[in-house]
Design a protein around this ligand. Sequence first.
Ligand code: NAP
Ligand code: 8YV
Length: 318
Amino acid sequence: MPRIAILVPGKIHERVLSALGDRFDLVAVESEETLKLDAETASRVRGAAVSGAFPGKWMDQLTKLEVIASFGVGYDAVDVKHAAEKGIIVTNTPDVLNDEVADTAVGLLLNTIRELPRAENWLREGHWKPGAAYPLSRFSLKGRHVGLYGLGRIGQEIAKRLEPFKVKISYHTRNRNPDIAYDYHPTLKGLAEAVDTLIAIVPKTPHTHKTIDAEILSALGAGGVLINIGRGWTVDEAALVSALKSGALGAAGLDVFYDEPVVPAELLSMPNVVLLPHVASASIPTRNAMAALVADNLIEWFEKGAALTPVPETPSKR
Ligand code: NAP
Ligand code: 8YV
C-alpha cells in the first residue's frame, strides 16, 4: 500500500519533517503561486504541513487534500474560507506558545518603558565613564493602567504576569468574558481613553485591520505606550510614526509589522521605540513544541480521524 503523501511547501521547522518522515511520504515543493507538481503526485497528496501561506489555489490543485497543519497559532496566511468550502480541515498550534509569547510581551513592555536596550547600547558604546550616567528613563511601569486589546489564550497569560506589577488592567474584546473581573470596554476607543498603555494581542482578521489608528494613539496620549505582539496588520504604521514623531504618543514596542520583514525606516531612527523581528515564540523549546503539534495533528488525523487542534472555521472530524 503506498504511503500517504504530505505536501511541504517552502520551509518548515526541521522537527516537523523528522516526526513525519517515518510514516508519510513527504513531498517538498517551492512555495510558488502555482505548485510545481505532476498530476500523479498531486493526486496522492492527502495532507500538508505549512509555515506561512497556503492559498486556495493550491487546495484546488490537490484534489485529495484532507488536512492542512499550519505552524503557528495565527493562521491568517491560510485561506480557511476556501478550505471550509472544500471540507478541508486546518489546524494551528495554540496554547503551547502562550507562556513564551506572554513572557516576551512583558519583556518588550519593560524594555520600552525603561529603555533598557538603549541603556545597554550606551554602555556597549563605551559611554559609561566616571561621572557619566545614562539619562533617567522618561517613563515608569509603576502606577500604569494597562489595556489589553485581545484577552484570549495569550492575552490572559499577559494579564496574569502583569498582576504582580501592581498595574491596573482593563480589556477590550468583542465579547465580554463573564469569568474575568478586569474592567471591560465594549469599544477599543473606550479602552484607549481609559488606559495609558495598550497591549495588542488580537488576530489578523478583516475586523482588526489598522484599528490602532491616529485616534486610538492620541487617546493613549503623550505619556502613552503601545505594545504590539499580535499582528502588524492591526496598526496603522503611518499614523504610529507621526504620533511618535509629534509626541502625541510616548513610546512603542513592536514585535510585528505590517509588511514583514519591512520595518518603516522612520521607526529605525526613533529613540522611543523598541523593535523586535517577530520573535515572541522564537525559543528552541517553544518552537519544538509547536513543531510537535503540527506533526501530531497530521498523525492523529490519519490514524484516528480527528485532528488535535482544528481551527473553528473548518470541520474537526471526518
Ligand atoms: P485567541 O485565544 O483566539 O484570542 C484572540 C483574542 O482576540 C480574543 O480575546 C478575541 O476576543 C479577541 N479578538 C478577536 N477579534 C477581535 C476584534 N475584532 N476586536 C476585539 N477583539 C478581538 O488567540 P491567541 O492564541 O491569544 O493569539 C492571538 C494572536 O496573537 C494570534 O492570532 C496571532 O496572530 C498573534 N500571535 C503573535 C505571535 C508573535 O510571534 N508575535 C505569537 C503568537 C500569536 P473576541 O472573540 O471576544 O473578540
Ligand atoms: C510564529 C506567530 O512566529 O504563532 C503565531 O501566530 O506569529 C509566531 O508564533 C509564526 O507563526 C511562525 O513563523
